[in-house]
Write a protein that binds this ligand. Structure first.
Ligand code: ADP
Length: 225
């Protein structure tokens, strides 16, 4: 099995592409979804966050962590961001690994890891056979997140500029999916990328080993009977 990393700048269309892949039956591991799950009420991370960030990060209504409020805190405070990451990252990595293991033992030829900060963080990238970057223009990013998140012009700009510039990400990515046109065009490009993916050597070695390991004992067993 091999791993494909999918990423993009905020609002560039990464989730749109990953939703399409998932709906097409391709195994996708969603790092954002896992990050939401690990802070659910009464989890280990939930209690640690409440301990370190105070009861004000808990919603009165449902007792869950107020993620937009927490995001706001860490956006403005690098030390707090580090603290939050030290609480959540080990749990996120553990669950990601377990999901990869699940796809491995169920013989998926590959799995897509949808990771917002794939290029910013050095944790996952070395394990990826391919990295895919979904892009659009910074103006489109801004307009799309203003519409999606209700951000003001300044909020949208500061969220975009807090990330690695898209030009830098382009240099690091193996494959680019340009999402500056309409959705249909992006879906067609995504289909073409997945049609053309070449299975790496490690995939074939693993397949041959697997076939050998199952075939040889079967032949021996048949001869003995
Ligand atoms: P990301 O996951 O990269 O932050 P999304 O996939 O959520 O970005 O896309 C951001 C917003 O832009 C969403 O509201 C989405 O519906 C919209 N969007 C995505 N692709 C397009 C497109 N090609 N044309 C117009 N709107 C788009």
């Amino acid at each position: 099995m091999f791993l494909i990393g999918l990423s993009g700048g905020i609002g560039s269309g990464k989730s749109t592409v990953s939703n399409f892949l998932r709906n097409s039956g391709i195994p996708v591991i969603d790092a954002d979804q896992i990050a939401r799950e690990v802070v659910k009420q009464n989890s280990k991370c939930y209690f640690l966050i409440r301990k370190h960030f105070g009861p004000e990060v808990i919603n009165d209504a449902d007792g869950e962590i107020n993620r937009p409020y927490l995001a706001q805190i860490i956006f403005n405070d690098p030390e707090k961001r580090k603290l939050l990451n030290s609480i959540t990252h080990p749990e996120v990595q553990k669950r990601t690994f377990l999901q990869i293991l699940y796809y491995f033992i169920t013989f998926s030829p590959f799995v897509v890891l949808d990771i917002p900060l794939l290029f910013e963080s050095s944790i996952y990238k070395p394990y990826m056979s391919y990295t895919i970057l979904v892009t659009c223009t910074p103006e489109q990013q801004k307009e799309r997140i203003k519409k999606r998140n209700g951000y003001t012009d300044e909020e949208a700009s500061s969220r975009i500029s807090a990330q690695m510039p898209i030009e830098e990400k382009r240099q690091l990515a193996d494959i680019i999916i340009d999402n500056s046109g309409d959705l249909e065009a992006t879906i067609e490009k995504t289909k073409a990328v997945f049609r053309d993916l070449r299975f790496p050597l490690t995939f074939w070695i693993f397949r041959f080993l697997l076939i050998g390991l199952t075939l040889i004992p079967t032949v021996i067993l048949l001869k003995l009977l």
